[in-house]
Write a protein that binds this ligand. Structure first.
Ligand SMILES: [Zn+2]
Length: 254
């Protein structure tokens, strides 16, 4: 990003978002990926020290955090100024190893979308034992993210038996329930893939990676999410936490 774009993104955009805030109908959702010591760099990593600063801010400012299970069990899903759904994509090992104890100490709830084929198979990812331990603690919720972490943008060419059915089956075998939260790998989707997810799968809550206002479609909810990026200023994190970035797609005309 050049300096002008960065200024607009970090300073002007959240002001617009604040003005349009009443368009936020559903709970605000933020997302991370891997949490690393040192410098991972880029949007897909967050340094552990920066992550802890974010989480301490959430606790000190009295935010309510939720698991997917709590959303099923009647937690208030409407937009509240002090509620946030914290999510992590893919199922990285660090989501257990680096942060589980810390999140327990702080009593911060979070959620992870699993790329099922990697779980227990790739040393950089969680094992099913870790997933079960986290889930049983009541602190961590789990959702689907396809079996092989494939883009579902071209839904006609997606192997649905593998990416949805097998992913759900494996999830059920390991955890005893089928996921009803689904996050688009790479944030990629089209109207066709979204319609398929809404009409032909068991998923009730579908998460994009778009900075947009969440909306309801045929009784299901499509969530916009704000990516929390390692290199952004702290005030941008705060504005994303407050839902002030969800007007971005509106402005961009998406
Ligand atoms: Zn992913």
């Amino acid at each position: 990003m050049n300096i002008i774009k960065r200024m607009i993104y970090n300073s002007m955009l959240p002001i617009t978002g604040t003005l349009l805030k009443n368009k936020n109908k559903y709970i605000n959702v933020i997302y991370y990926h891997d949490i690393v010591k040192g410098n991972g760099g880029g949007a897909q990593y967050t340094n552990i020290d920066i992550f802890k600063i974010h989480m301490n801010y959430i606790v000190e400012n009295g935010y309510n955090t939720y698991t997917f299970d709590e959303l099923d069990n009647g937690a208030d899903i409407s937009f509240q100024s002090k509620s946030v759904l914290i999510t992590f994509d893919d199922g990285w090992l660090s989501n257990y190893k680096e942060i589980f104890e810390f999140m327990k100490e702080k009593n911060i709830k979070y959620n992870i979308y699993l790329a099922v084929s990697e779980i227990g198979n790739n040393p950089d990812y969680l094992t099913w034992d870790m997933v079960r331990e986290m889930h049983e603690s009541g602190l961590v919720g789990f959702g689907a993210h396809t079996y092989s972490h494939v883009s579902v943008q071209n839904i006609a060419e997606v192997n649905k038996e593998i990416e949805f059915d097998l992913a759900n089956k494996k999830f059920y075998e390991e955890l005893g329930y089928e996921p009803i939260d689904f996050c688009y790998p790479y944030g990629q989707y089209t109207k066709e893939s979204n319609d398929y997810l809404v009409n032909d799968t068991i998923y009730k809550r579908i998460y994009t990676s778009d900075l947009m206002f969440s909306y309801e479609q045929s009784g299901k909810i499509i969530f916009g999410r704000s990516s929390i990026n390692n290199d952004e200023p702290f005030k941008t994190f705060i504005n994303k936490l407050k839902g002030n970035y969800n007007a971005f797609n509106l402005i961009r005309g998406k």
